[in-house]
Structures are given as structure tokens and as C-alpha cells.
Design a protein around this ligand. Structure first.
Ligand SMILES: Cc1cc2nc3c(=O)[nH]c(=O)nc-3n(C[C@H](O)[C@H](O)[C@H](O)COP(=O)(O)OP(=O)(O)OC[C@H]3O[C@@H](n4cnc5c(N)ncnc54)[C@H](O)[C@@H]3O)c2cc1C
Length: 413
């Protein structure tokens, strides 16, 4: 990996910057991010969703959407470095973000790797254009860190699967068109080997979405109840009962997405502006904190480059994505604490300033960041086992038929 920007990347950055400057969103509300929606399930949120879609269409029409996606699916066919550069520049113009993380960041790469030609043709273009929003229907009340313990069932009936079960913590389910769904198709196989990966149209009869309200006031995620939901059998991604491997592609993309780089918001710019606004830039302790924040942002950016370089060379990103995910959740706490300390008591009374409100929500939401996308402890397990070569976690149920595991655990399956 080379940290210097090659001449063609310098040119790419200039081109991207010029286009973004000329086309930057002008609507004030357009700068709000997905996580700053404190009035979810409301008109304001729906308006934000529409702004995100409009911006994504603008990117798509101008050839800036899906920079690393193949051109055959509407992408730019570019490199991971170009993607990182565009995300940095996009953050500077305050583009609306937040609703395409699952579709473009996770479902799309999974379909590119494992989908049939029909699935790719049907979904990749509309997803990249922002016409289709996706949610991730993985976690269940009894299956989060132990995702392979999931119990939502999908039973084949003719050429359709009939799905019954409950999902939870489903971000954005209330405005999503499709969901990537993990369901158990063979309870007699060991738990990792009886799961299938399905594409669910969220408007199918039997799908019920109920909001869950968070400490920030937002209802960013939901419970999703599935009752006799019929999914055509050709919407399975990969082979039936081989969904765990497909899900690994999604989860790796998710960790890289959460940890990787500088999309979304100019964090250092905002911290520096806050320090300046309060006349604190000469304070040696504040300068040290700002330098620490800058250093960590740079380190994350380099780790992101390393992961993207691997992907652009056709290699899967390694366990470094777990380092990124773990560092991201710890760094987020550091940035939010610094912002609030800089604002002091004045910040508690500030209303209507988008930047300050975003820091308040970041502060309240940073605990969630230690859980979503795999908890800090789970990332440490991955690093301990796959990087440091420490003995594995104890997994007594790994080779037992799932039906026996659930009976032993007192479950209902
Ligand atoms: C903001 C946010 C958004 C989310 N969005 C989605 C979404 O869109 N779709 C979706 O499917 N899910 C989503 N989730 C769910 C998320 O993936 C799960 O919450 C997460 O995987 C943890 O599962 P759990 O909540 O069941 O906790 P548990 O797995 O029950 O964990 C409880 C505690 O035990 C610890 N623990 C568990 N197993 C081990 C182990 N083997 N070793 C050490 N410690 C362990 C955990 O670290 C944690 O501290 C979201 C979560 C959050 C916070």
C-alpha cells in the first residue's frame, strides 16, 4: 500500500470535488444524516428519505454512484481508493446519507458475489439508482452475537418458501422496499448448515413492522414479525441451506462499512470548528485532544485503504475489518466526548444548530455503536482467534443438529 496519492488519483479528487461543488445539495435539510433523525416515522423522516433518494439519483445519473461496482450494473468500475476519495469529498458538501447502507453497502456486494444473473439484473441497477431501499433481517430476540442460532423458519411449499418468525433491531425496515433475510430451512442440520439467505419484498402480506424507540428519541430500528410470508423459491441467494457463507459476505461488508474511512461527516472539521467557536484552539489540552482525534481518523482512513486495496486486488478483506469496527466504536465515543466538552454548558441550550445537535445524538448513540454490526466483545473474539491464534471460543453446539440444540436450550423449535 502506498499512502501518496498517485497523479491519476489527484486528478480524480479534483474532478470529484469540482462536480460536487457544482451539484452540492442546496436544501438545508439535506445535510441531516440518517442518525440525526430524532423524529423517526414522521413526515420529517420521510422527507429525509426522499432527499437521500434524490441525491442518489443525481449521483447515479452523473456516473458517481457505486464507484467500485462493475459498469455492467450501473457502477463506475473504479477502485477502492477512488471510492474512499469520493466519500471524503462528498462528506465536505454535506450530502444526505444514511438510508442506502444496507442496499448499496451490503446487499449489493453480496448479490454481486453470490446472486444469479436474474437477481443481479432485477436489483442492482434500481438499488444503485436509489429506487430500492433495503433492510437487514438477520438479528432475532434469541440470535444476535450467536446469529447462527436463529429460529425464523422457511419451509418449502411448491415453488415458494413460507416464512414464520420474528426479527429485531431492523434498521430502516419502516421505509425499506426489500430485506435480506436469514431463515432456517433445515433444522436437522448443524446450526450453520441449515440456513438460507432470501430476498424479501417488504410489502408481501404477513410482514408487520413495529418501531422501537431509542434514547435519542429516534425510532431508527424496528421489530419485524413474519407470519406465513410467501417468498418465491428463486429469491434464495446461493444454494438452499448454504446461506451462512453468503451472510459472511454481508457481515464483512457491514464491518468494513461501519469502520471504514471518512464517509458521511467531516468529523475533524466539525471538532476543529467547535473548538474555534469557543476560543479553545490555543488551549494546549484541547490541541492535544484535537491531535489525538486527527491521528485516529487518519489511522482509520489508512486501515480503510488497506481493506479496499485488498478488495480491489480481488482478495477478501481480512480480520482487519474487525479492528476497524472495534476502533470505530471506541473512537466515536472519544469524538463525541470531546465535542460535548468543548461546547460545555452552552451546548446543552443550543437548539437548531445542526452540527451541535448531531454531536448530541452521536454522544447518546455511541453505545449503540458498540453493539450494532457485531459487539466489541465479538470483534475481540474474532481478532483473538483469527489474528492472534488464541484458543477458540467454546462452541458446544457447533456440530449438533439445530433441533437438538434448541431442545437442550429449552427453546420452542
Ligand atoms: C444501532 C443498531 C442497529 C442495528 N441494526 C440491525 C439491523 O439493521 N439488522 C439486524 O439484523 N440487526 C441489527 N442490529 C442488531 C445487532 O446486530 C445485534 O444487537 C448484535 O449482533 C448483538 O446481538 P444481541 O443484541 O442479541 O446481544 P447478545 O448477542 O445477546 O449479546 C449480549 C452481550 O453478550 C456479549 N457476548 C455475546 N456472545 C459473546 C461471546 N461469544 N463472547 C463474549 N461476549 C459475548 C455481547 O458482546 C454483549 O455484550 C442493530 C443493533 C444496533 C445497536
Amino acid at each position: 500500500m502506498d499512502f501518496r496519492e498517485e497523479p491519476e488519483l489527484v486528478q480524480f479528487r479534483q474532478e470529484a470535488r469540482a462536480w460536487l461543488e457544482a451539484n452540492r445539495p442546496t436544501d438545508r435539510g439535506a445535510t441531516r444524516t440518517g442518525s440525526s433523525l430524532s423524529d423517526a416515522h414522521s413526515e420529517a423522516e420521510l422527507a429525509h428519505v426522499e432527499r437521500c433518494k434524490a441525491w442518489q439519483r443525481t449521483l447515479y445519473d452523473a456516473g458517481w454512484a457505486g464507484i467500485t461496482w462493475p459498469q455492467a450494473y450501473g457502477g463506475r468500475g473504479g477502485t477502492g481508493m477512488q471510492q474512499a476519495i469520493f466519500a471524503e469529498e462528498e462528506a465536505k458538501v454535506g450530502a444526505p446519507q444514511g438510508i442506502f447502507a444496507v442496499g448499496i453497502g451490503m446487499a449489493g456486494p453480496t448479490l454481486i458475489a453470490h446472486g444469479t444473473d436474474e437477481q443481479k439484473q432485477r436489483h442492482l441497477g434500481p438499488t444503485l439508482r436509489g429506487d430500492e431501499v433495503w433492510c437487514q433481517l438477520f438479528s432475532e430476540p434469541g440470535a444476535g452475537s450467536d446469529l447462527a442460532g436463529l429460529s425464523t423458519r422457511a419451509e418449502l411449499d411448491g415453488d415458494e418458501f413460507v416464512v414464520n418468525g420474528q426479527k429485531v433491531w431492523t434498521s430502516g425496515a419502516h421505509y425499506s422496499d426489500f430485506g435480506i433475510l436469514l431463515a432456517r430451512t433445515n433444522p436437522d442440520a448443524p446450526k450453520h448448515r441449515g440456513i438460507s439467505y432470501l430476498l424479501l419484498d417488504m410489502r408481501t402480506p404477513g410482514v408487520e413492522v413495529r418501531p422501537l424507540r431509542q434514547i435519542t428519541g429516534a425510532a431508527h430500528f424496528n421489530e419485524v414479525f413474519l407470519t406465513d410470508v410467501r417468498i418465491p423459491a428463486d429469491r434464495v441467494v446461493g444454494d438452499v441451506n448454504a446461506g451462512w457463507g453468503v451472510a459472511m459476505t454481508t457481515l464483512t461488508s457491514e464491518r468494513a462499512l461501519i469502520g471504514g474511512g471518512r464517509g458521511g461527516r467531516d468529523v475533524f472539521g466539525s471538532l476543529h470548528a467547535t473548538a474555534k467557536r469557543h476560543g479553545r484552539t490555543d488551549d494546549p489540552v484541547v490541541r492535544q485532544d484535537l491531535a489525538r482525534a486527527h491521528t485516529h481518523l487518519q489511522l482509520m482512513s489508512y486501515l480503510g485503504m488497506r481493506a479496499r486495496t485488498a478488495v480491489s486486488q480481488g482478495k477478501p478483506p481480512g480480520p482487519e475489518v474487525s479492528v476497524m469496527k472495534l476502533a470505530h466504536s471506541q473512537n466515536s465515543a472519544m469524538y463525541a466526548n470531546l465535542a460535548l466538552a468543548l461546547e460545555g454548558s452552552w451546548g446543552m441550550l443550543a437548539r437548531g444548530d445542526e452540527d451541535i445537535e448531531a454531536w448530541h445524538e452521536n454522544f447518546l448513540g455511541h453505545w449503540a455503536g458498540r453493539i450494532g454490526g457485531g459487539t466489541d466483545q465479538v470483534q475481540r473474539n474474532v481478532l483473538g482467534e483469527r489474528v492472534l491464534g488464541l484458543p477458540g471460543d467454546i462452541r458446544v453446539d457447533k456440530d449438533l443438529p439445530f433441533r437438538e440444540v434448541s431442545r437442550a436450550a429449552g427453546g420452542t423449535r
